[in-house]
Design a protein around this ligand. Sequence first.
Ligand code: FAD
Length: 289
Amino acid sequence: MKAPEVSFEFFPPQNLQASFRLWDTVQVLAPLDPRFVSVTYGAGGTTRDLTRDAVATLHKSSGLKVAAHLTCVNATKEETLEIADGFAKSGVTEIVALRGDPPKGEGRFTQYPGGFANSIELIEALAATGRFKIRVGAYPDVHPEAASAQADIDWLKRKLDAGADEALTQFFFESETFFRFRDACEKAGIDGSRITPGILPIENWKGARNFARGCGTTIPQWVEDAFEKATRDGREDLLATAICTELSSELIEGGVERLHFYTMNRPELTRDVCHALGVTPKVSLENVA
Ligand code: FAD
């Protein structure tokens, strides 16, 4: 089995302690030579400044290729493009372009006065600048707001046609979910190799289950049962590593060459899964001699 190329997603730290944790996470995962690392943009645009600072600092200090997430929420078009311009000026020219979720408690996305109405408008505006590599979100379990699975895929095709280079998926639990989705995308004229599966190493089952329910990810009964037992036995990490490694291996066997890990700023599970998949630290012979 060929080792996959990997990328890692972080969220911006909210305080000094969290900054140290992110830095520790980067130190553990950077030797795995990721394609890129990305930094999220809090729901409702709440972490705008933190995201900007985190991507600029990571870009300057880690030597890694950094992608900034950007959403259409709570900002005019001019403000959103100014933020993108700031990313580019700090050397960050990769963007994960999203419509975004509203702030907690606000229910559905609503267009901000003078803001982008949807992700496609944002992608088109970013692509028109010619400055960015653009990635977008995709939903193997179908986005909760999609009229149908086919409508979701048609919308993804429009995002790619609007100028996006690649799609990163929401997490899912079974490889068949991804393969079904990739097949349907290919039928709709999307090159399946442009879709990179998103993998969540489950640090915290309760949190992951709530998140899955919120974003429409189907939780198979066997996963519920296995975590219930593992939680009782204090073996959640072992189970999470096993599930995640198995899922990733099946994806690679099925032709996937890249994986995107949702690290939750905790490196251990992601590192262990990567090692199991043959993604190991790049050691320079010069350093060993
Ligand atoms: P879109 O793909 O534009 O819309 C989602 C679905 O709704 C579509 O697939 C389509 O079926 C339907 N839809 C939407 N608009 C229309 C329309 N006009 N006509 C027809 N159908 C439509 N959220 C954050 O707040 N910050 C982040 O940093 C962040 N990072 C993410 C990273 C990844 C890899 C993923 C997968 C998601 C991320 N999210 C983030 C969550 C994301 O913002 C939510 O899932 C949001 O609800 C949808 O954003 P989107 O850009 O994927 O939306």
